[in-house]
Write a protein that binds this ligand. Structure first.
Ligand code: SF4
Length: 66
């Protein structure tokens, strides 16, 4: 799994941080997402996919490794 985020799209809702705090954090000043782990371990994949699905800004992209 390869995770990317678009910080320009992120509306700082924080949903991803609630669902997968191991992978996502937020900037202290404006709440925009910070990607902590671009290649999360298998046990986090379901949570990361959920984040991508529920992100109100569509700012999280999940790709699969080749
Ligand atoms: S859920 Fe989406 S909009 Fe909200 S903080 Fe995460 S990336 Fe940004």
């Amino acid at each position: 799994m390869k995770v990317t985020v678009d910080q320009d799209k992120c509306c700082a809702a924080g949903t991803c941080v609630l669902i997968a705090p191991e992978v996502f954090d937020q900037r202290e000043d404006d709440g925009v997402v910070i990607l902590l782990d671009t290649a999360p371990a298998g046990n986090l994949h379901a949570a990361v996919r959920e984040c991508a699905a529920v992100c109100p800004a569509g700012a999280i992209h999940v790709g699969e490794d080749a």
